[in-house]
Write a protein that binds this ligand. Structure first.
Ligand code: M6R
Length: 608
């Protein structure tokens, strides 16, 4: 959580820091600040609230200088306030620090530093870094920061400046992401690649336990313990404009419309000329795949819902039992994992703290870990034994949309691969599934034509407080996802439920006019879903259905129907979710909500 950016070069630092922070605002937005150094003296401007509040303050008087750091915050220690906004300083005001992560021993450190005479001005854990740097500074900022971080337990991505050595930035990371952008006569550091793309496409991805001394002319990378590090430069090939809104009102809407491409790109190259699924990334020999006795999927939020889809397809096609856990439970469960278990960690950002902890736990227990992620160079890609990239392009909207369908496309490929390697799918079935998979992008393009209809239907529910989302089989994870999308961006309470479970409790919530969204696409449990719809109608619920084109009958049961093209049952998850994303989007917009930056949320949850 939190976005960090730093600049050192020949240009005016403040606008560059603000531009970088804008592309990082998805990481948190409860306060923001910059520290800019001019002739060796630091000017710090901080504001509570979004970046726009900081920009207003800067418009009234912007510090000028050629080196600076900036931060957009998602509070962990200390409420959102100007005093708790970064950058933080030491007692002398000569040191400026931005930080992302959690310093777990900050209470002890704060007590100890206070006893030594340091005075704290914020409630944050971050401020301890500034005081530790002050304490350890004997003329070399790099050594002071390394010594300071040697005392810190927990996670950090941090950038430190000091008036005593204003010609350098010191950046370090442990369990929170940090990249360095290599420019000409200028260098940048940031939490994520889009923040530096307007300046450079040459990136150094910092690894855990590393520290960098960055000047305008170069970068020296080493471990915090002092071992020099030689890192290959990563060339970013995607376009900076991919991270802009491209004419759409919001990133979320743009990303919903990018879904056909996200699926296409994720499937691209996965099915070879001979028709075989290519998944060298799995890094398992055929004998190892055959020896697998179980798959365990670990994920959070929307990625967990992709995991629920994965469970159904892997069990159906590869006949392997699949367990599934939210990562925050898995990591503390002492799960049953052995060498014959394939653990699949699904994480869009590749930085979710609980999922990463799950990966480590699974490896510790002997499991082989495959990550499904969208972010090249993210932490999970370095920790997992193999990676399947989703190639959805950068997703800026906090609510996951295109990365969800891309994750599902990736689990389809994984399931097919496991099925073929284990000999559980005959050639004709496999061919048919692959052909249907390749049709998914075009099908989603068709579903996007429902946009206007979905908007009109959504207008009927703007003032609702509660809603239920129901589904069975493949419809169940899609109902869960539809409910998550609605609640996170519109703040309408939404329960996602297995339709058959409704009568065991949630049915009590239904009264006159409660909106009940039902995923009722054609499936082997279609009749059961219709029975559930009847139960809803009998209690005056107001049914909105997602159904398969040609199903005229459903219109007799539901007030509104969103028709999606027919696919095979197991592939229906992707077309079915799109109207629900649009439904949440339009309702949220009509309620005046900020769909890209919903309250209290952040794009990457890098704290536990
Ligand atoms: O980056 P990850 O996929 O690991 O993130 C997991 C969740 O935090 C994420 O899916 C979250 O639930 C989104 N806000 C959903 O839209």
């Amino acid at each position: 959580m939190c976005g960090i950016v730093g600049y050192i070069g020949e240009a005016d630092a403040t606008p560059i820091l603000m531009e970088g922070l804008r592309s990082l605002e998805y990481r948190g937005y409860d306060s923001a600040g910059v520290a800019v150094f001019n002739n060796g003296a630091a000017a710090v401007v901080r504001r509570k609230g979004k970046l726009s509040a900081l920009q207003e303050a800067l418009d009234a008087g912007s510090p000028r200088g050629r080196v600076g750091i900036g931060h957009t915050r998602w509070a962990t220690h200390g409420k959102p306030s100007e005093a708790n906004a970064h950058p933080h300083s030491d007692c002398t005001g000569r040191v400026a620090v931005v930080h992302n992560g959690i310093i777990e021993n900050f209470h002890e450190l704060r007590e100890q530093l206070t006893a030594e005479g340091h005075t704290f001005t914020s409630e944050t854990d971050t401020e301890t870094i500034a005081h530790l740097v002050e304490k350890h500074f004997t003329g070399d900022l790099l050594e002071a920061v390394a010594a300071a971080l040697g005392e810190v337990e927990g996670s950090f991505a941090t950038v430190v400046l000091s008036e005593d050595q204003p010609d350098r930035m010191i950046a370090a990371r442990k369990d929170s992401p940090l990249i360095i952008g290599l420019g000409r006569g200028e260098n940048l550091v940031a939490s994520d690649i889009p923040a530096v793309l307007k300046h450079t496409r040459d990136i150094l991805v910092m690894e855990n336990g590393e520290i960098a001394e960055i000047t305008k002319d170069g970068v020296a990378l080493r471990t915090i313990d002092g071992v020099p590090v030689d890192r290959d430069v990563l060339k970013v090939t995607w376009d900076a404009s991919a991270a802009e809104k491209a004419g759409y009102e919001d990133f979320m809407l743009k990303e919903i419309y990018e879904q056909p491409d996200a699926i296409r790109e994720t499937l691209r190259g996965r099915i070879g000329a001979d028709g075989a699924v290519e998944l060298d990334e799995l890094a398992l020999a055929t004998e190892q795949v055959r020896a697998l006795n179980r798959v365990y999927i670990v994920a959070c939020g929307t990625s967990y819902h992709a995991g629920l889809v994965g469970k159904q397809v892997i069990e159906a096609w590869a006949r392997l039992p699949v367990d599934l856990d939210v990562a925050s439970e898995f990591r503390y469960r002492n799960p049953i994992i052995d060498e014959e278990t394939l653990v699949v960690a699904i994480t869009q950002s590749g930085e979710t703290a609980d999922t990463l902890a799950g990966v480590r736990e699974a490896q510790h227990l002997g499991g082989k870990v495959m990550a499904i992620t969208n972010v090249v160079g993210s932490s999970v890609t370095r920790e997992a034994d193999g990676v399947i990239y989703t190639h959805a392009g950068p997703e800026i909207g906090v609510a996951a949309t295109k990365t969800f369908v891309a994750q599902i496309a990736a689990v389809y490929i994984l399931a097919l691969y496991l099925a073929e390697e284990r000999g559980f799918m005959d050639a004709a079935d496999a061919r048919a599934v692959k052909a249907q998979l390749m049709e998914l992008p075009a099908i989603v393009e068709e579903v996007l034509n429902l946009d206007e209809q979905v908007k009109e239907v959504a207008a009927n529910y703007v003032d609702e407080k509660d809603s239920l989302f129901l589904g069975r089989g493949m419809g169940m994870p899609i109902a869960f996802e539809g409910a998550l999308k609605l609640k996170e961006i519109s703040y309408i309470h939404a329960e996602g439920y297995a339709a058959g479970e409704m009568k065991h409790g949630p049915i009590a919530l239904i009264d006159d006019g409660t909106p009940i969204v039902v995923v009722a696409t054609k499936s082997h449990v279609y009749d059961k879903v219709i029975s559930n719809i009847q139960e809803v109608i009998a209690r005056d619920g107001d049914v909105v259905a997602v159904a398969t084109e040609g199903d005229a009958d459903i219109a007799r049961h539901a007030r509104f129907v969103f028709y999606v093209p027919e696919t095979s049952e197991l592939l229906s998850a992707i077309p079915a979710v799109v109207p629900l994303q649009l439904f949440a989007y339009h309702l949220a917009k009509m309620r005046g909500c900020n769909v890209d930056q919903p309250r209290n949320l952040a794009k990457s949850v890098t704290v536990e």
